[in-house]
Design a protein. Structure first.
Length: 449
């Protein structure tokens, strides 16, 4: 464990050097997640069929819910802990990260029970047709089982990085992704377990990651570690107050993931309405590709968050501005790169998930280049919203997240296909992101004037 720790000083080290130390291992870890998603989809699409791929996309909002809870308590707990550390309050920092880990696990457990007792209702809520119901229900049961430990892994990654071990977080992600890919292949092909095999491989690999993160924070961490909370009414009320504040700080991240879930659900309904099951299968490939841009946006936010939050706690505005300048430049470069990749590789991406020449493949190959335009604006918006999260401006972060994920997105998905036909379905996300960026830019200009 010690060999994976980096010598990091969030208060004194040059911002550019700090960002590089955090960004590269964080990005590599997230690249592994994207490769995992693509490989997972490829195994399902080719090993089980396009209907199975559509069923996975039906249940995909569940991953957004898990990720959202993890981001909410990960960002909320990490921001609060970073500020406490900047003031030398290590005990308070450890208390907050313990509370965030426990809260994420408990909420995950409650949701698991709720979904397991209402399986068909959950599938219908996510947009499943009766034809896809057996496959969607089968996938749901195995995915939701280890949901609390997956959330624990998501929250814990923030704490591992805050402890000065971004490379350890990277290796944990890489190992989990590798286990998942090997498990997918083994259970789908040699064991012939179909979609259930893919779900079991995913749940087990990331459930194990959650357990390892917990062990690290209990026994091997350097500064940030789990702290034994007092059991009393006063301590419980204090914990609830702290958890409430963490939810306020990180709530916009949860809203962002829920908004993605809403996008997928509405997209499933709209693609089903206009293009049928083949349309949902094609849209599912776009949903698999979306993590590429979110990967870069989240890597930027998660890498700069402890730097900005620590500087915010010290009242060092100069370091905050320096970090934001680096963030924006990185966001623009990553956004352009992701957009160009989708334009050039749409045929290869479509073939990775779907058999060449089928109806779903044709729809996907046509739609992906249009869908990819949104990537630049998604990454920039995520970066700007991440700044507001890191500096405890939770109201602004939540407001802009609501704009991009609900206020502009829902009308876009409804109106764009009416105006532009099926191409409008693929453009809906782009329109929403551009409108949000205009609002954020206008707010920044008004505040400066």
């Amino acid at each position: 464990m010690k060999d994976n720790r980096d010598n990091i000083d969030f208060g004194k080290e040059p911002v550019g050097k700090l960002f590089r130390k955090m960004f590269l291992p964080t990005l590599v870890a997230m690249v592994s997640m994207v490769v995992l998603n693509i490989t997972d989809g490829a195994f399902v699409g080719h090993g089980v069929g396009s209907d199975a791929l559509a069923a996975v996309n039906i249940i995909a909002p569940l991953f957004m819910v898990m990720g959202g809870i993890g981001l909410m308590f990960g960002i909320g707990g990490s921001v609060v802990a970073s500020i406490h550390l900047s003031k030398g309050k290590t005990k308070a920092a450890n208390t907050n990260i313990t509370q965030s880990m426990i809260a994420g696990f408990v909420i995950g457990a409650l949701l698991t029970v709720l979904m397991l007792t209402h399986q068909r209702e959950t599938c219908r809520l996510f947009g499943s047709s009766e034809a896809l119901m057996p496959l969607a229900n089968s996938y749901l049961v195995w995915i939701v089982g280890l949901m609390p430990f997956c959330i624990l892994a998501n929250v814990g990654m923030f704490m591992v990085r805050l402890d000065g071990a971004p490379r350890l977080a990277m290796w944990l992600n890489l190992i989990a992704a590798g286990m998942n890919m090997v498990g997918d292949w083994f259970l789908i092909f040699p064991m012939n377990m179909g979609l259930e095999g893919a779900a079991i491989a995913t749940s087990c690999s990331f459930g194990l990651e959650g357990v390892v993160v917990l062990i690290y924070l209990l026994f091997f961490s350097k500064t940030i570690r789990m702290y034994r909370l007092k059991v009393s009414v006063k301590s419980l009320m204090l914990s609830l107050r702290n958890i409430g504040y963490q939810i306020r700080v990180g709530g916009s991240a949860f809203l962002g993931e829920i908004a993605i879930s809403a996008i997928i659900i509405i997209g499933n309904y709209q693609f089903m309405r206009y293009l049928g099951e083949d349309g949902v299968a094609a849209f599912s490939v776009g949903c698999y590709m979306t993590p590429i841009c979110f990967m870069f946006g989240n890597a930027i936010v998660q890498s700069s968050q402890p730097i900005i939050s620590f500087a915010h706690g010290q009242g060092n505005h100069h370091r905050i501005v320096s970090a934001m300048r680096i963030d924006i430049i990185t966001a623009v470069l990553c956004g352009i790169g992701g957009m160009v990749f989708v334009w050039l590789a749409s045929e290869w991406v479509s073939s990775t998930f779907l058999p060449n020449g089928c109806k779903a493949w044709e729809l996907c190959n046509h739609g992906l280049p249009i869908f990819g335009i949104s990537f630049l604006f998604v990454i920039i918006n995520l970066t700007l919203i991440g700044y507001y999260q890191s500096t405890e401006k939770s109201t602004l972060a939540t407001a802009f997240t609501f704009l991009r994920g609900v206020f502009f997105m829902l009308p876009s998905f409804i109106l764009m296909p009416i105006w532009l036909g099926t191409d409008g379905l693929w453009l809906s996300q782009c329109v929403s992101e551009i409108a949000t960026l205009v609002c954020i830019s206008a707010f920044l200009l008004i505040r400066k004037s």
